[in-house]
Design a protein around this ligand. Sequence first.
Ligand SMILES: [Zn+2]
Length: 86
Amino acid sequence: MAFQGQRNKRRMTYHRRKICRYCADSNLKIEYKDSRLLKLFITERGKIIPRRISGNCARHQRILTVAIKRARNIALLPYTTAIIRK
Ligand SMILES: [Zn+2]
């Protein structure tokens, strides 16, 4: 790893540049029916993980967003997780 010790504490939360997994694997398709795969891109509260974290490219993130919204519509994915109140 090319990580020199200088200026180490500038940004501790910096994460490595991830590549878009859909660009890397061309036969991987974004499908709203594939809730198992879409689940990787939502938080446990049901929110869509932003591109800067998920590492997707703009094109695929856009397609993914539509797929997630579609999947929510047919109840494959949650809109939100219910908070149990007393
Ligand atoms: Zn991509």
